[in-house]
Design a protein around this ligand. Structure first.
Ligand SMILES: [Zn+2]
Length: 354
């Protein structure tokens, strides 16, 4: 396929990022094409710390659930990609779609993947590198396989001769829990159209220039690094992770949300403390919408504590924890979680000074 230069000559981001995504004025990033699936710029260490820490706290390994959430996400994404190609008059073979998605994965910082073996309807083997998360990448590729082959795929991680492989084989059946996660993924994350954010966009590729200022975005290596912290980030679908969190909430009760919030708060304290002197609270809040975390609104500070509202939060419990830890670092105070006020597309977090 002729594609010319792969990176934008002005801001240095992969061209596919500007072509495939839209930064909206309401604190949300979506795919440029229908069904405009929401994406989030995730902090990989936060994500990879969350699920093992949660498993340890509740005494139940949720890895399988995370894989399923990602599987449904991958299936939905690959299915809509194939439909969009068809609508544009291009009937793509599964191998072409696997190739396209491999390139997207590199662009989004998820990891390198290339097809090493393929048998229609039976088997897909990908050689991988720099993978953001083994279980989540396995879920992603199982879902892509499922969308293209019309059969459920069972993913396995294999290491051979110093190389890593994801092997997806076709299996029968669909357990009940998976069907529920699929329904949750379809529900998506509600977001309102409210928003008047203005970005300075790259004249060449259209991505907000602030993104290229904040991130060293290397698609060749599938690595997106935040310049300030050195942390790895990925641009990935929002719904899979959100669906896992919702299913956990239903299965295990509301205290799961509180535990997630505490884990995220612990992470955020260390994260913001590591570069506190090089930034400010205002600067960090401005980063939220650029990462599709939502648009901060109504920050109030008083003797008793503080409150912060966020329009279109990508995940209530994760974001609440991040705000809690962030405000402790920048306010130089210890807070207790005073309460969460939730409406569709809106979250307000109250923190009480200890
Ligand atoms: Zn650009």
């Amino acid at each position: 396929m002729a594609e010319g230069k792969k990176t934008c000559g002005t801001c240095g981001l992969p061209r596919g990022i500007g072509k495939g995504n839209v930064w909206h004025a309401n604190g949300v990033i979506t795919a440029a094409y229908p069904p405009h699936i929401r994406g989030t710029l995730y902090d990989v260490d936060e994500l990879n710390a969350l699920f093992p820490a949660l498993s340890a706290r509740i005494g139940f390994d949720i890895t399988r659930l995370v894989v399923e959430g990602k599987r449904k996400d991958g299936k939905r994404y690959a299915g809509s990609l194939a439909r969009n190609l068809r609508a544009a008059g291009r009937e793509a073979t599964p191998m072409e779609v696997y190739g396209l998605i491999s390139r997207f994965c590199a662009n989004w910082g998820l990891g390198l993947a290339s097809v090493r073996e393929y048998r229609e309807g039976e088997l897909l083997v990908l050689e991988t590198g720099n993978t953001y998360s083994e279980p989540m990448a396995m879920g992603d590729w199982a879902g892509v396989f499922e969308a293209m082959e019309g059969r459920r795929g069972e993913p396995h991680w294999q290491e051979e001769g110093g190389r890593d492989y994801i092997e997806v084989t076709a299996v029968e059946g669909e357990p009940e829990l998976e069907e529920r996660i699929e329904q949750e993924v379809e529900l998506g994350i509600p977001f309102t159209e409210e928003g008047d954010l203005r970005y300075e966009h790259c004249a060449e590729c259209g991505v907000p220039v602030e993104i290229s200022r904040q991130f060293d975005w290397n698609a060749e290596e599938a690595l997106v690094l935040e310049r300030l912290s050195g942390k790895r980030f990925i641009l990935h679908n929002t719904n899979g992770i959100a669906a896992v969190v919702r299913v956990l909430h239903e299965e295990l009760g509301g205290e799961v949300d509180e535990i997630i919030t505490e884990i995220s708060c612990d992470y955020a304290r260390d994260y913001y403390a590591s570069f506190k002197d090089k930034t400010s609270l205002d600067a960090e809040l401005l980063k939220f919408p650029l990462r599709s975390w939502g648009r901060p609104a109504r920050f109030k500070r008083g003797d008793e504590g503080c409150r912060l509202g966020v329009v279109n939060p990508y995940s209530t419990p994760i974001l609440a924890g991040r705000i809690w830890g962030m405000l402790e670092v920048f306010e130089g105070a210890s807070f207790a979680l005073g309460g969460l006020e939730e409406k569709e597309g809106y979250l307000e977090i109250a923190l009480a000074r200890k």
